[in-house]
Design a protein around this ligand. Sequence first.
Ligand code: ARG
Length: 461
Amino acid sequence: MKLWAGRFQKETDTLVNYFNSSIEFDARLYRQDIAGSIAHAEMLGKTGIIEPHEAETIIAGLKAILTDVEAGEVEFSLDDEDIHMNIEAILTQRVGEAGKRLHTARSRNDQVAVDTRLYVKEEIPVLIGQVLDLEKVLVKKAKVNLDTVMPGYTHMQRAQPTTFAHYMMAYANMFKRDVTRLEDCLERLDECPLGAGALAASTYPVDRFQTAAALGFQKPTDNSMDSVSDRDYAIELLSALSILMMHLSRFSEEIILWCSWEFKYVELDDAYSTGSSIMPQKKNPDVAELVRGKTGRVYGNLVTLLTVMKALPLAYNKDMQEDKEAIFDAVDTVGLCLPVFAAMVDTLTVRPKDMAKAAAGGFINATDCADYLVKKGLPFREAYMIVGRLVNLCIKTGDTLDTLTLRDFRAISGLFDADVYQALALKTCVNGRKVYGGPARESVEKQIALIEEFVEARANV
Ligand code: ARG
C-alpha cells in the first residue's frame, strides 16, 4: 500500500507507477537520505516534537538500515517510488510505531533538496582533487620542457615560438580557474534546506540551525520556498563541469593533432592508446577522442537541467526529479575523464626534435626579425613591411629567414648586420620574451611556482 493511499480509491496504474518512480536512480542517495533523517530525528527528539526514546529507536533503526544497504542486503521497491519513501517504509517495517513519526515536520521536498546538496557537497572536493592531480602532471611535464621550443599557433597557422612548458602552463591556468569555480559553487551551496517542509516550513518548533550544523552546513537556507525550489547549485556545478570539459576537450584536440604523423609532437604511451581492428599500423588516441566526445554529454546535462528549471513556478514540481540523472551523469563522466586524461598526459613522450623542426619552418621568428629592425631605430610598421618582403622572397626561393644570406637581407634593408642570425635563433626569440606570463624560461618558472603554490595551498583541505 502506498504511504499516501488514504486519499485514493484506486491503485496506481502499473505504468504510472513505473513512470513516476525514481528509485532506480536515486537509490544512490541512500547515505545522504539516512544522514538527513538521523539529523531530523535527533532534532525532533531534542525539541520534544517526538519523545526522545522514539528518536533513539528511529536513529538506531536508520543506522541498521545503512549497514544493511551497504552490505547489499536491502532491496528497494518500485512501489515505494523513491529513496525517501523506501527508507521510511523499511524503517517503519522494522521499528514499528516510532518509524511513523519520522516524517513529522518534514516533506520529501526538503528531503530531496538536502540529499542532493549533501551529495554535491561530497563530490565537489573529489573532483577538485582530481583536477589538482592533473595540475601536478602539467607541472611535471613543464619542468622538463622549459627549453623545448615549439611553434605557437593562431588560426592554426604557425605564429610565434613558444615552449612545451609554456603550453602546459596555459592549460594549468585554465584548470586553476576550474578549481576556483568549483570552490565558489561549494561555498554558495553550503546552506541546509531541511526544515523547509513542503514549501512553508511547519508549525512545529523545529530547530533548523541544529539540523544544519549536524549535517555540516554553515547555516540553514533563509527562505523555505526558495529552499525547495532551488537547483541553482546543481546548475552551477554542471556549468563549472561543462567549462572544465571544454578545457579537457581543447587539450584533447591538440593531443590528437600532435599525435598525428603530420605533427609528431608527442607520442602516447602504448597503455594509453588503442589499435585498429583492420589497419595494422594504427595507434589511435582513443582516450583523448573519448574525452572530447564525452564533453557533449556534460554540456547535454547542463542544458537538460537549465531547461527543466526554466519555466517552473514556485515551489517544488515533479519535473525536478529529472535533475538527478543529469547531475549523476555529469559527475560520473568528469570523474572518469580526469584521472585517465591525467595519466595519459603523464605518460606521453614529448618529441623535441619534431617540434624544433616544425618551429624552424613557418617563419615563426618573423615578428622577432621586425623587432630586430625596431631595435635599430626603425618604426615597427616599416620594419613589419620589410620583413613581409623578406618572407615573400623566402617563399619564392624555398628559404627560411635564417637561411637567407646577409646580402639578401641587406638588399632589402641596410640595417641588417651579421648579428641578425643570432636574433633569429629560436632560443633567442623564446628567451627574449621574459615578460610576465611569457614563454621565456624564467617567466615559465614563475608560472610553475604559482601553480605549485595553488596546489600546495589545497593539499590538506
Ligand atoms: N523523488 C522526488 C524527486 O526526486 C522527491 C520529491 C518528491 N516530492 C513530491 N512532493 N512528489 O524530486
